[in-house]
Each structure stands twice: as C-alpha cells, then as structure tokens.
Design a protein around this ligand. Structure first.
Ligand SMILES: CC(C)(COP(=O)(O)OP(=O)(O)OC[C@H]1O[C@@H](n2cnc3c(N)ncnc32)[C@H](O)[C@@H]1OP(=O)(O)O)[C@@H](O)C(=O)NCCC(=O)NCCS
Length: 216
C-alpha cells in the first residue's frame, strides 16, 4: 500500500477520505496517514484520522508522499498547490471503482478526483487537479482545463470546451458545442445553452452572467 494524505479536512476532505475507503474496499491501495489543514490544529482527529500539520509542512516531507487536494473552489485549489514546492509531493488520480470511463482517447491529468457515479465517455481531455463530485456525466469530444471543479450531478454534453479554473454548481447542465471561459462560475441548477465569457458568475435557466470578477 502507498501512503496518502488529504489536503484540507473540511467537508470535501472527509468525502475524499470516504473515496479512499471505497477504493481500498476493492483493492488495498492507499494507507491514509491523515490530513494537512491550515485551520484545524495538528493532532485533531477528523473522522478517525489526525491532522498532521499545516499545508506548509508538506514542503518539509522527506520521502515521496501521495496527496490529494480536497478543495472545490478552483481559485483556492490553485493557491494551495502553488504553495507546495516539494518535488516529493505527488498527486495521483483517484477514481471511485464504479466510475465509467470510455476506452477511447480519454486522458486525465495528475491530481484528478472522480467520486462515485461519474460517467466520462470518449475522446475527452481533462486537465490536472479537476474534481468531479458525485454523479456527473461528460460527453464526447469535450476538453476540460486545469483546476476545474464539478459539483454533484453536473451534465456536460459533447464538444464543450471548458477552460481552466471553472466551477460548476450542483445540477447544472451544459449543452453541446459551447465554450466556457477561464475562471467562470456556473450556479447550481443553471442550464448553459450559450458560450460564457471568462471570469463571470452565470446563473439561471438559461444561464446569464450576473457579475464579473478578477482573473484567477
Ligand atoms: C452561483 C453562486 C456561486 C453565486 O454565489 P455568490 O457569488 O455568492 O453570488 P450571490 O449569492 O451574491 O448571487 C448573485 C445573484 O445570483 C442569484 N443566484 C445565486 N445563485 C443562483 C442559482 N444557483 N440560481 C439562480 N440564481 C442564483 C442570487 O439570487 C443573486 O441575485 P440578485 O443579485 O438578484 O439577488 C452560488 O449561488 C451557487 O449556485 N453555488 C453552487 C453551490 C454548489 O453547487 N454547491 C455544491 C456543494 S457539494
């Protein structure tokens, strides 16, 4: 078994612990050491596993350590990753055993997290540190950039180009042949039927930008 630690012990961190338990229930793969978290004090037990230290402490680790970033917001995920400069920290791809991924030309970057119930079809390129929470679908010929996060039950149709750092709220649907600009946030339940610009928050049915923010 390989050692692994979870970065952040919040709600999603505890769900990632569940994901690791589920992976291990099929094949004993990971030995969970605990969490690294900037808020919860070291030694606190979180669902039975200790907080090992602040995130900065990962820069002092002296042997290879698998880690998984359990942070949904792309901007925070990126900030945390930028703070870790230790080449011994590596980011495996975690995939729940019931996830269905097509055999044809699907690629996933380092650090991707795929929780239970996701279906990724064919000819799909997914960047690094992308989170798919429970039960999402991704259709053919879609490209997804780095640091994106998809909350539960998001459906992405075919031939969608999603740039880096996009966050998609639970239950949102993105129809085919669209582009979603870098850093954009899509609200829960939105139906996106037109391309969206970068760095906006878009909500509703149909989804329309309601505000713009600084680039990430
Ligand atoms: C879109 C979202 C990120 C906006 O958050 P925010 O930046 O704090 O924006 P606000 O709450 O100020 O909302 C801005 C406007 O959009 C509206 N709005 C927010 N979310 C909306 C949604 N999902 N659908 C429709 N309208 C929404 C607000 O009512 C507000 O309208 P108003 O200015 O007329 O009052 C958030 O509401 C959301 O949907 N998050 C997804 C959460 C999620 O999926 N969590 C999963 C956890 S596992």
């Amino acid at each position: 078994m390989e050692d692994i630690a979870i970065i952040c012990a919040g709600g999603f961190g505890r769900e990632v612990k569940m994901l690791i338990d589920q992976i291990n229930s099929v094949e004993q793969k990971y030995n969970l050491l605990g969490y690294y978290d900037d808020v919860i004090p070291a030694s606190t037990l979180v669902n039975g596993y200790p907080v090992l230290g602040e995130i900065e402490a990962l820069n002092n680790v002296s042997t290879k350590l698998n880690t998984v970033v359990a942070i949904a917001l792309p901007v925070l995920k990126r900030e945390v990753l930028d703070r870790i400069s230790n080449p011994l920290i590596v980011y495996p791809i975690l995939i729940h055993p019931n996830v269905q991924i097509g055999q044809d030309q699907v690629s996933l970057g380092e650090g991707c997290v795929l929780c239970a119930g996701n279906m990724i079809t064919v000819n799909i390129k997914i960047g690094k540190h992308v989170i798919f929470n429970l039960g999402c679908t991704v259709g053919h010929n879609t490209t997804i950039g780095d640091y994106c996060s998809f909350m539960p039950s998001v459906n992405i149709s075919g031939e969608v180009n999603i740039r880096d750092g996009v966050y998609v709220g639970t239950g949102a649907k993105i129809i085919n042949h669209l582009e979603i600009g870098e850093g954009t946030v899509i609200g829960a339940g939105a139906v996106v039927y037109k391309s969206l610009p970068a760095n906006c928050t878009a909500v509703g049915v149909p989804a329309r930008p309601v505000k713009f923010h600084d680039p990430i």
